[in-house]
Design a binder for this molecule. Structure first.
Ligand code: GDP
Ligand code: IMO
Ligand code: MG
Length: 427
């Protein structure tokens, strides 16, 4: 089983960090292929809790080589501080590899991200303010700065000048902000070069060779399917492709080399930031899910919006990612409800549909159609096998599986590594 993709099947925060970490001990490489430090992946190892933003969760597994692929946008200051934070806690970070083709997030990207959001007013996306969108915009506009540019001072300055030419006009004339000095911006970036140099590599070559040699490579997605710039709830999305195809472009590995695509699926739904969310709850149940599930953002600390499980979305994730498996997380959070609503279809302007509407306005109008499944009250956090779960919890999982279109191969019953029920092995 040389190459697997592990990605979010909903709107992010499904528990990708925990799932990646769980497999990390058995894989040779863990690769981030898109996004940047907008991600917040929590990993709990024993009594230690780690919040990773840019580094792949595999960095916590000693035998595993963590890789930042070409599709990621890298804020060098965040990368260095995340590395030093882990080093202080005794984590070996020396194996990290960073693609020389990955684009950089510079301070002017974060400035533009925040300024644009302010100017959008009530139409804002609710971004993480980390400069993700502006950095990817520069990449597509062909005025981005790449990791390799840090090692050629004169090219770097020329590229920064080109990137700031237009932006400074916008900042000064439209947003009434001070223009950014290209010299200063380039100098700041150059200040990171020496510390990063040792990590930079031709990651595409290394990963393809590794797969050909039968090594196990795991691609760890950031964000989630419904935040994908092509397949998500545009424009309320992130600026990259968290879906499975993103692993190919974001790491330089062909689709024929990928054997398995695992969708991480929360037993209910959450979303951070603006945008449609048909099963969102505004009542005590929503508050209870937030409290019991600890649904507060790892990156921005914002309250996550909470709602019931949405099978329309899960089926859509199976379709656009070609999922082979699901990893169902946070089933323990649902303990204690007498009955649990599950969205099986939408009603849009009086018409019922079981498919995700491709039309934005239709999705904004979608009303959830619920089926009610019986709940359970027994503590399930110590369950080790599917048979250990109460009958109603088993039935909940089986029903979700039938509705979602791919086998549920693992179930999370707590945040820790060992709080997992493995049904089918991933490797
Ligand atoms: P990610 O962005 O997909 O990695 O997810 P986050 O780390 O942002 O949010 C998931 C949260 O749920 C984290 O606090 C995890 O420690 C926690 N978590 C993951 N799996 C489970 C589970 O099965 N049960 C419980 N109770 N918590 C979990
Ligand atoms: P992980 O990897 C949840 C959301 C933001 C906003 C939108 C665009 O932890 O699942 P951006 O800063 O990317 O331009 O913001 O995407 N968002 C996330 N939501 N989990 C994430 O990452 C997210 N990363 C971005 O809240 O709505
Ligand atoms: Mg997260």
């Amino acid at each position: 089983m040389p190459a697997l993709v592990l990605l979010g099947a909903q709107w992010g925060d499904e528990g990708k960090g925990k799932a990646t970490d769980l497999l990390g001990g058995s894989v040779d490489y863990v690769v981030r292929y898109q996004g940047g430090n907008n991600a917040g992946h929590t990993v709990v190892v024993g009594d230690q809790k780690y919040a990773l933003h840019l580094l792949p969760s595999g960095i916590l597994s000693p035998g595993c080589t963590p890789v930042i692929g070409n599709g990621v946008v890298v804020d060098p200051s965040v990368l260095l501080s995340e590395l030093s934070g882990l080093q202080e806690r005794g984590v070996d970070t020396s194996k990290l590899l960073v693609s020389g083709n990955a684009h950089l997030i510079t301070p002017y990207h974060a400035t533009l991200d925040k300024t644009t959001e302010r100017f959008l007013g009530k139409r804002r996306i609710g971004t993480t303010g980390r400069g993700i969108g502006p950095s990817y915009a520069d990449k597509i506009n062909r005025v981005g700065i790449r990791v390799q540019d840090l090692f050629d001072e004169s090219i770097l300055l020329q590229k920064v000048e080109a990137a700031l030419d237009f932006k400074n006009q916008v900042l000064a004339k439209l947003y009434n902000r001070r223009a950014i000095s290209p010299q200063q911006a380039a100098e700041e970036l150059l200040g990171y070069a020496e510390q990063l140099k040792g990590f930079v590599a031709d990651t595409t070559l290394i990963l393809n060779d590794a797969i050909d040699e039968g090594k196990v490579v795991l691609f760890e997605g950031g964000q989630g399917t419904l935040l994908d710039v092509d397949h998500g709830t545009y424009p309320f999305v992130t600026s990259s492709n968290p879906t499975a195809g993103g692993a190919c472009t974001g790491a330089g590995v062909g689709p024929t080399k990928i054997n398995r695509v695992i969708g991480i699926l929360k037993a209910y739904t959450t979303r951070v930031g603006a945008g449609p969310f048909p099963t969102e709850l505004f009542d005590d149940d929503g508050e209870a899910l937030r409290r019991i599930g600890g649904e507060f953002g790892v990156t921005t600390g914002r309250n996550r919006r909470c709602g019931w499980f949405d099978a329309v979305i899960a089926r859509y994730a199976t379709r656009v990612n070609g999922l082979t498996d699901f990893f169902l997380t946070k089933l323990d959070v649902l303990t204690g409800w007498e009955q649990i609503p599950v969205c099986v279809a939408y009603e849009i302007d009086g018409e019922r549909t079981t498919e995700l509407p491709y039309n934005q306005s239709d999705f904004h109008h979608a009303q959830p159609v619920y089926e009610y499944l019986p709940g359970w009250s027994e503590d399930i956090t110590k369950a080790k096998t599917f048979g250990d779960l109460p009958k109603n919890a088993q039935a909940y999982v089986k029903t979700l599986e039938e509705m979602s279109g791919a086998p549920i191969s693992a179930i999370g019953v707590g945040p820790g590594r060992d709080e997992t029920i493995e049904i089918n092995s991933f490797l």
